[in-house]
Design a protein around this ligand. Structure first.
Ligand code: PEP
Ligand code: MG
Length: 915
């Protein structure tokens, strides 16, 4: 008989059946609770029901595998034994929490039920045990509220409706003439329990379940079901978490942080998650439950005095020094064990510390880099591990502009610096508005009293998030940091009026649609639009990127058309230009007139006349670029876009140009009309232009080599690489190459300078990839133009796909947008084929990529895998590509240390992808 599958894993009393490397099965929370238990850290006993049960549950429409009920009952018995209490016992009741826990943390996205096991009988036992009637009824009313909402679905039925439990609570407070929940008496809370239960009965037509076992299974089912609630699905989509992973369910003995002044609850990070500084960072509230800290209803206190503490505020270190010391020891133990920054949750119940959770802490990009570098210095991790620890996409945050410190600003208000960066946008008050406005291309800042997991899409669409309530670990702060969004939280001076769509700070009113700017590192909010500037990179960033380059084998170049962009990219570590789109230079200032004149000329003489005007301008552009890239290769592409992009379209433009050219407007208009194409992207563009008008290629080659000679004479090293676009047949390249080589030799002879150069081609048509062996007989290098190659392989217009491609992605017809991440199976196959065939003919063929994919981490991994020499991307993506390339190279190597890592799930996926 096959061995029965194990679905339930117990933990408690220093021993756990699971461990940290079982995240796939036990979820992150369950695996880490097991690990903590095994480390001898005090954790309330409990058990984890595996993610496999979730999969079963989803597949069978809410059923459980046979035998699960028995296993749960057995595990519950063990919990009872360890905790010295009994589930459902009227004298000595055990209460449990039921929480979700996927492989990767999805903060607040799924459901939780606390205090399960309370009913009209067990409440007496709880009162007896704690000698605290008020506490017991507070727990009870919270339980009925939570259970009613999460398990029984009693919640607002429309967007406009208030929370029905909240309404009853508010009414009660009003009737008692109090403002805080804590001011309600035991009797008030007892009444609330009855009123809540009456509400449930009225809504559902059946009473609130009193049977603890029924409550437990209701909770377990609700948590499994919450894997598929809209906000969890949205979160999974945003963060690329596969649906089939499922969540585990953790059932754990309750401990209470709200049992009086010797009780507390808190959240802490073993290092500062915003800056990465190595000090113990955390917040807590005395006499409170975990939700109170995260929900941001009360402003929490710092756990210690490592940073300035607001006047009059106490810290945990002051209030409970012994417990703080114990916590600080656990912090050290956890960091040493996990070798990564941890995000921990703790509860102090009547002077006794309990750890509820540890997980790899989410952090800003700046913190990720600092922590990785510091931990190498502290000998906690290796350089390789440090490089694997920072997500390439995250680096983006560091390179993004911040508010210009020199700009004049009008400070509106201050809150907590919850997530760094800058945001400038128009104020909106709901997540739906944020999404809708962003869809219209507007930049918005989402302003809320506090955020909830339901706001996730709106937060993602917004430039930044501003809340009036909540601390550094509030939902808004945690989620914003994870998303790399600027966030200012707890700006308490603000009074928000959702209904009327404005907020007020003192006498200033800011309405929906008004512009504000935020500095998430300072927690400051300004009126109006403050300009942004590029940030200065830290020493740690430089160290980190140095390590990145030690491991990277793939080259990283940049796509740049101006000396300025070339300079920026070089500062970011670009090792050359992989694509200079010369046509971008044609639009500047007066040049467009000369270009139009060239296109519309009737004959070669007319074209040459116009080209002669363009030549000196183009030459000077190249001089600037060659100077900026002294010593590095510069790939310059000859004219590529469809001619219609340059043509005058309005009557006014045609009249003006006709005047310049000395022709009748009607003649010019007819010429413009004759050049119109039904399908310009597949029309007269790319090398087809240079073939029809060789004088264009000749002029461009002349400009390139005259500039190169000039710069070489200045003592700089120039390495021009001339690239012919949209080649489909080797003969096209042959013809264009002849022109380039002839011109280059002529110029060099005339200038008396010898320069090494290459002539190559873009591979951006399927036919080019399929005949790459033939093309390589002429091409000295290839550069894959994967924008066009994607367009032509899919037969999918780059310019029109936006209308329907998002639907394809949302529906899972395509796994991702192929214009963003390379389609490895189709387009990628052509790339692989092109590389192999090309190198068959020319073994030393240099091959790169210059489509947008060159800056996309997943595509960079692919480029590494298929043996490209370099990727080329926009200047700001250069460091991202460098890191992605290093990680791809490291993923090829055997693991540095077989030791357990803090977040193996993520790393495993990265490795798999690049295999
Ligand atoms: C490409 O097609 O990938 C490319 C880089 O060229 P462009 O985007 O200019 O067409
Ligand atoms: Mg192209």
């Amino acid at each position: 008989m096959a061995k029965k599958k194990k679905y339930v894993y117990f933990f408690g009393d220093g021993k756990a059946e699971g461990s940290a490397d079982m995240k796939d099965l036990l979820g992150g929370k369950g695996a880490n609770i097991a690990e903590m238990t095994n480390l001898g850290i005090p954790v309330p006993a409990g058990f984890t029901i595996t993610t496999e049960v979730c999969t079963y549950f989803q597949k069978t429409g809410g059923k459980y595998p046979p035998g699960l009920k028995k296993d749960v009952a057995a595990a519950l018995k063990k919990v009872e034994k360890v905790m010295g209490a009994k589930f459902g016992d009227a004298k000595n009741p055990l209460l449990v929490s039921v929480r979700s826990g996927a492989r990767i943390s999805m903060p607040g996205m799924m459901d939780t039920v606390l205090n399960i096991g309370l009913n009209d009988k067990t409440i007496q036992g709880l009162i007896e045990k704690t000698q605290n009637e008020r506490f017991a009824y507070d727990a009870y009313r919270r339980f009925v509220n939570m259970y009613g909402d999460v398990v029984l679905g009693v919640r607002p039925r429309t967007e406009k409706e208030h929370d029905p439990f909240e309404e009853i609570l508010e009414k009660k407070k009003k009737a008692r003439g109090v403002t805080l929940d804590t001011e309600l008496t035991a009797e008030d809370l007892k009444e609330l329990v009855a009123e809540f239960k009456a509400l449930i009965k009225k809504r559902l037509g059946r009473p609130f379940p009193e049977d603890p076992m029924e409550q437990l299974w209701g909770g377990i089912g609700a948590v499994f079901a919450s894997w598929n609630i809209p906000r969890a699905v949205s979160y999974r989509q945003i963060h690329g978490i596969p649906e089939e992973w499922g969540t585990a369910v953790n059932v754990q003995a309750m401990v209470f942080g709200n049992m009086g002044e010797d009780s507390a609850t808190g959240v802490a990070f073993t290092r500062d998650p915003a800056t990465g500084e190595n000090y113990f960072y955390g917040e807590y509230l005395t006499n409170a439950q975990g939700e109170d800290v995260v929900a941001g209803i009360r402003t929490p206190q710092p756990i210690n005095r490592a940073k300035k503490v607001p006047k009059g505020m106490k810290t945990l270190e002051d209030e409970m020094p012994k417990i703080y010391k114990q916590l600080a020891t656990i912090r050290k133990k956890l960091e040493k064990h996990y070798r990564d920054m941890q995000d921990i949750e703790f509860t102090i119940q009547q002077g006794r510390l309990w750890m509820l959770q540890t997980r790899t802490g989410k952090r800003t990009a700046a913190a990720a880099v600092k922590i990785a570098v510091d931990m190498v210095k502290e000998r906690l991790i290796t350089k390789k591990e440090a490089v694997m620890r920072v997500e390439p996409e995250q680096i983006d945050q560091l390179l993004h502009p911040m508010l210009d410190p020199k700009a004049s600003k009008k400070l509106l208000t201050k809150g907590l610096p919850a997530s760094p960066g800058a945001a400038v946008g128009q104020v909106v008050f709901t997540a739906e508005e944020a999404e809708a406005w962003a869809k219209d291309g507007k930049k918005v800042i989402l302003v809320r009293v506090e955020t909830s997991p339901d706001d996730i899409r709106g937060m993602n669409a917004a430039e930044g998030i501003l809340t009036t309530r909540g601390g550094m670990t509030s939902h808004a702060a945690v989620v914003a940091r994870g998303m790399g969004k600027c966030c200012v939280a707890g700006a308490g001076d603000m009074a928000v009026n959702y209904k009327k769509g404005f907020f007020k700070v003192g006498k200033v009113t800011v309405k929906q649609g008004d512009w504000i700017s935020m500095d998430g590192s300072k927690g400051e909010v300004y009126l109006g639009q403050v300009p942004k500037v590029v940030p200065q990179l830290t020493g740690e960033f430089a160290t980190f990127m140095k390590w990145v380059d030690e491991f990277r084998t793939l080259g990283v170049r940049t796509n740049a058309d101006t000396p300025h962009d070339a300079g920026v990219a070089r500062a970011f570590g670009a090792e050359g230009i992989g694509l200079c789109r010369t046509e971008h230079m044609f639009f500047e200032g007066k040049r467009i007139d000369a270009v139009r004149e060239m296109i519309l000329a009737e004959d070669v003489a007319g074209r040459k006349k116009a080209l002669a005007k363009i030549l000196p301008m183009q030459r000077e552009d190249f001089v600037g670029i060659f100077k900026a890239m002294d010593g590095l290769p510069v790939t310059i592409r000859t004219l590529d876009p469809p001619l219609h992009e340059f043509l005058p379209h309005t009557d006014k433009e045609i009249r003006e140009l006709a005047k310049d050219m000395g022709v009748k407007p009607s003649v010019l208009k007819a010429k413009v009309a004759s050049l119109a194409e039904a399908n310009p992207m597949l029309g007269h563009r790319g090398c087809r232009l240079g073939i029809a008008y060789p004088e264009i290629t000749e002029m461009q080659a002349r400009a390139i080599f005259e500039a190169a000679c000039k710069v070489a004479k200045m003592g700089k090293r120039v390495h021009p690489e001339v690239m012919i676009p949209l080649v489909g047949h080797v003969n096209e390249l042959k013809l264009q190459k002849e022109i380039v080589v002839k011109t280059a030799e002529e110029v060099m002879k005339a200038q008396g300078v010898k320069i090494k150069y290459l002539v190559g081609t873009m591979i951006e048509l399927p036919r080019a990839a399929l005949t790459a062996d033939q093309i390589a007989s002429e091409a000295q290098f290839f550069s894959f133009g994967t924008n066009d190659l994607t367009q032509t392989t899919f037969g999918l217009s780059r310019d029109d796909a936006g209308k329907f491609l998002p639907f394809y992605v949302a529906e899972g017809i395509l796994p991702h947008d192929p214009f963003v991440t390379i389609d490895e199976q189709g387009v990628g196959k052509l790339v692989e084929m092109g590389v192999t065939l090309g190198r068959q003919t020319r073994p030393d063929l240099k091959v790169g990529i210059c489509g947008e994919h060159g800056g996309d981490p997943a595509s960079v991994r692919f480029c590494h895998k298929v043996g490209l020499n370099y990727v080329s991307c926009s200047p700001y993506r250069v460091p991202i590509a460098r890191l992605a390339a290093a990680q791809a190279a490291l993923a090829d190597q055997p693991a540095a240390k077989p030791k357990k890592k803090a977040s193996p799930a993520k790393k495993k996926t990265a490795k798999k992808k690049s295999k």
